[in-house]
Design a protein around this ligand. Sequence first.
Ligand SMILES: Nc1ncnc2c1ncn2[C@@H]1O[C@H](COP(=O)(O)OP(=O)(O)OP(=O)(O)O)[C@@H](O)[C@H]1O
Length: 761
Amino acid sequence: MSTLLLIPLDDTVVFPTMDVTLPVDVAGEERVLLVPRHDGEYAKVGTVARVADTIRLPGGARGVQLEGEARGVIGAAQTALDGQLRVAVDEHVDEVPVDGRTRDLEREYRAVVEEILELRGADARIGEFLRSIREPGALADTVGYAPDVSFEEKVQVLEEVDVTSRLALAVELQRARLAELQVRQRIREDVESGAQQQQREYFLRKQMDSIRRELGEDEADVVEEYRAKIEAAGMPDAAREQAEKELGRLERAGESSGEAQTIRTYLDWMVDVPWSERSDEVLDPVAAREVLDADHAGLEDVKDRIVEYIAVKKLREERDMKADRKAGAILTLIGPPGTGKTSIGESIARATGREFVRISLGGVRDEAEIRGHRRTYIGALPGRLVRALRDAKTMNPVILLDEVDKVGADWRGDPSAALLEVLDPAQNHSFRDHYLDVELDLSDVMFIATANQFDTIPGPLLDRMEVIRFDGYTVAEKTSIARDYLWPRQLERNGLRDDEVEVSDEILRTVVSEYTREAGVRNLERELGTVLRKTATKIASGAVEAPVTIDLDVVRDALGRQKVFQEAAARTALPGVATGLSVTGTGGDVLFIEANMTKGSGKLTLTGQLGDVMKESAKIAQTYVHAHAEEMGIDPDLFGEKDLHVHVPAGAIPKDGPSAGITMTTAVASLLTNRPVKHTVGMTGEVTLQGRVLPIGGLKQKVLAAHAAGLTDVILPERNRADLDDVPEDVREAMTFHPVMTVGEVLELALEPSPATAPVV
Ligand SMILES: Nc1ncnc2c1ncn2[C@@H]1O[C@H](COP(=O)(O)OP(=O)(O)OP(=O)(O)O)[C@@H](O)[C@H]1O
């Protein structure tokens, strides 16, 4: 038993394995006892430490370096001399027990701590340090270094003199830490994978609860807070009653019950709906036109339609004619990607002073996506509309329903039925989200839909829509969009000023036609971005000096060799290949239909993933040419002796539709007459068995594609003649159009007058 000077350590625990420097004066002492203290209360055990050195601390105060030696149990005899506290100390140096349990605990402790260190991504040296400790007692004392073991817990460990029990306690504490870390880690992973939203919320709420407790707030505050929020939300009566009912349930359920969490999530959603918020709508056709013009080049008819829409709405509103809800057809923008549908949607919002939110419907198959899940469903959430309103923070935003042509239906219900209700002015003032389970008034929302194609838009939806077509841009239009919009934007994105880089229209046109093949301008913008990024790098690295002029060399250097070629001349050099025009979800395109013959018995083979309608067109082509063999100068016997093969390349893409009819017939006729198809001619039209040419859809897109592919002549059905009005002036002037009624005329126009020199059949 020794008597030592007691040095209190407030809220700090020093273990016998540790060395410390303290700002105290212990002149004359050889050894002292360091005792943790909290609120004036001392621990029962302290650490006996040897005074190794006295030092001057920065600032001039005296300090001592102390080396821990052993545990010291504070004895009964405590004497106060010269104001300092001295105590009788019963010293305990750890004994090393050799029983199996201690060794098991030791192993367990190491394993647990290793795992903790790994989860924390701790420095490898900490692990090494741990492995260097051989004694079980000292090992247990490493708890002292753990950052999130509490003061009280550390005191417990210090007070445990028996090595085995101490180790057991240390294992228990570290296990609890590990469990906590694992939960945290799992939550992090879950959050990252977007899965367990609920669990995450639960965890966050737990944290919030403890923060609240720390701040001295209690349940009543929480309830009050919600009450105030409900008050402030300006809900309609029914919603308010519902919210208050839930608030009552929350009050009864008590803060930490599982039910409370769900109720609070619900209330959070309820108060997040911008019930009484509205943007002041601007209905000024002239100003709207200015906004639309500022954001987008061209698209004249699209802008006209939008301005008309705004004008009509203004008149109706001024004349208080709102009651007729039928007028509110949904503007639907249909066209290939990158033609500005989404961005014109944003402009409409800007032009009318509304907020803008976008709901992407691509791949939505579940009705609950639109309408939410009922609250009885675990992990239930409101549907996309409620979420969109929350994001918009107003009840009258523009909501862009993107990709309505890509909603699907399956056993989980038909989302388009829910959409129909949303879009129907007769119903949407009382839209009911399954989760919120109260009525929402959507009648002030301006819905705009976008789609790439008509075919897959559910019929009933299409009926409600007022379609505005985006058919894609001509080379000239793309060049001017590049000049006026894409180029300035990419300059800015790459940190360049407009006087630093110069480019001619000629070069822009080269990028348009040699590096992109698309209806819209999305790739174009990307390619321009690449050119400017490389230029910015050169300027920044001092390789060149501004101003830089972008010439063909710079373009080739940045973008590589020409990517898009005008293939028609090469492809149609031999008889049996005809150039058709088609429309897909990505815009118009040219396609080459090939025919060939082999020895056989008159069979027809078709390849290139053709749909039924296209297959039929091929049969009609075969029959037609057979029937007219003599007048075309074809030996009719050929048909019995040879098999015919028709192929439409790009075999991986399924194709269908009747509009390749005349192209197939032309390919077959070309093959059998040995007359190549003129390489400047593209064609589209359905054909009947009698050889009549029937009208087709998507003429403008097809003509634009023909123009971009370098064709100069387009053969089209007579009944599509009126559609030529939609074709931009410059394209109309650059091309010759041949409206036809019969396949005879098609062949006359398309086939070279004389046979190829080397016969292929
Ligand atoms: N006429 C135009 N004038 C100026 N910029 C345009 C024009 N058309 C398209 N753009 C620009 O091209 C980009 C692509 O347009 P956007 O994303 O709106 O295409 P989208 O038609 O909605 O395509 P998707 O069908 O893939 O959604 C936008 O950055 C847009 O600003």
